[in-house]
Every structure is written in structure tokens, then in C-alpha cells.
Design a protein around this ligand. Sequence first.
Ligand code: TRP
Length: 327
Amino acid sequence: MARVLSGIQPSGVLHIGNYLGAVRQWVAGQSSNEALYAIVDLHALTVDIDPAELRSRTFETAVTLLAAGLDPNECTLFVQGHLHEHNELAWLLECVASYGELLRMTQFKDKAGSRESVRVGLLTYPVLMAADILLYQAEQVPVGDDQRQHLELARNLAIRFNARYGEVFTIPEAMIPPVGARVMDLQSPRRKMSKSVVSPQGTVNVTDSPAEIDRKVRRAVTDNENEVRYDPENKPGISNLLELLASTSGRSPDLLAGEFTSYGTLKAAVAESLIGELAPLQQRMQELREDRDLVLGALAEGAEKARELAAPTLFNARSAIGLLAPR
Ligand code: TRP
């Protein structure tokens, strides 16, 4: 069994891209691995977010993950901010990372862009992420392609720390899903569906009502032809719809294409399958929202299990780097 760790930001309502991509992957991986999943609330502080909203989104993210089938008996589900160990290791790693290598992170460059005031946390974000991973001696880290560079940094920091101060950390490996295994924006099908891109009509949230799902799918951007064919390069809109149908039905997009003679019938089938996929999830989410104790209890137990792994690593890192242990 491999030790697997991944993280998700509580930065908004989850959409079907997160759900069909990451979350279902997490659920599938929890029984065959020793899996740890973190709701990374500290990372959400790197951008503007209303305090009350952050709190409720963190809870709502836990609700969604539990409703999707993460089982606290199978995996360790916890909130990053519940463990001070993450911040402590992040500081040690900040004293191993260089300013230059953080400035080179493409996500930092994109987000900082031409903004007048850039939070220091946005710069050190990938070091905190490295701490998330290295604290648990994770071997595999399932992430999207956009996190490749951050993973590389985590590996480099681990290698550098180990070389300088002694073998403390396992060197993690990224597990990037194959291209095609991602959901594109319904309005701009060449762009990944994203919480941060403001495209409400192109994004189907897991909390959308059947009517909203139906409307968004029917208005999805396609092309001026009328042939249903799987061809992501030339027909990104139709191919995305076929992939959505494929990921809810378990059949291949190519095969599915042959079953539709019009865009209208394809869209109707996609809407119906998404509504069917999300209905039981939404039902369980509603039940969990009403059982705050159960959700918070699961997170408390998760944090306790996480700490059992994190504390010894932090102790070893502190001692290796030369901090005097308190009596
Ligand atoms: N940066 C990741 C993202 O935006 C989230 C994240 C934080 C993460 N810590 C992590 C992912 C540790 C994997 C492992 O998607």
C-alpha cells in the first residue's frame, strides 16, 4: 500500500470538474492505499476571502467529500489548519527554499501578475504545500497538471533538506491524471472548468438544481457542424460533452458518439446523466449539513490520526536542522 496524500482548497462550491476528476479519484483510491486527504484552508488565505465564508466553505467541502464517499474509517480526512505542524514545518522549509525558486513558480507569476500588492503567502504557498506532503512522508501525490511545478519544488526541498541535514523526508512523486480526464468549461471548451474562472454558465456545480444543470448543458458551446464525433482538437465542445457522458457511464467517448445523431439529443443525455449522478450526492450532502456534530467529529478524528504521523516527522526535522529540544 502506498502512502498517498492530496489536498483541496475550500475556495468555493465544488464543480463537476473537481467531482468527476479529483474527488471520485480520491474515493476510488482510499481502500487500496494509505490515503490522507487535506482540506487546505490555510492555502485559501493567500487570496481575498471573507472570514465567515472561509469557515462555511471549509465545512461545506468536508460535507461534499464525505457525501461523495470518503470514509473516515478507510482514509484520513482532515483540515490542514487543525494541525499546527503544517505551519511549523513550512517555516523550516522556508529556510531551505530560495527566494529565486519561489519567484519562478508560474502560478505565482500568474496570480501576482501586475497586482500592486502581493501577499507574501502567495509567494510561500508552494512551501506550505511541500510541508503538507513531506510531513506525512507521502509517496504519491495525486494532483492536476497545474500543480506539477509545485510538486517538483516539494521534491527539491526534500532532497536538499535530506542532503544538508540528514535523511528525514520521503521523496514524493506526482500522480497526474492523463489528458482527457479533465472537464472543460461548457462556455469555453478549450479551457479547464475552474472555480477561479468567472464563468457561471460554463461551470456546473455539484449543488446545482436539475433545472440549472439542464439549462447549462443545453447552452453549452459546440460548433457549426452537426456531426457527433469525438475529436477534442477540432470539436472541443462536443468532445467535452461526450467525455462527461463517458465519465458518468463508464463507456468510451468514441463509442458513445455513434449513438447520437444530433447535438440536442446528446445534450439531453448529458444533462440527464449528470442530474442522475448528482442527485444522491446532493441528498447525502443535505443530511450531513444537518448533522454538524458528525461532520466535525469526523474531522476531529481525522486531525488526530494525521497528527500521529505528522508529529514524529516534525520532531525529526526540528532536531536534524539543529533546534534545541525543550526539556
Ligand atoms: N495547491 C493545490 C491545488 O490548488 C492544493 C494543495 C495544497 C495540495 N496542499 C497540497 C495538493 C498537498 C496536493 C498535496 O490544487
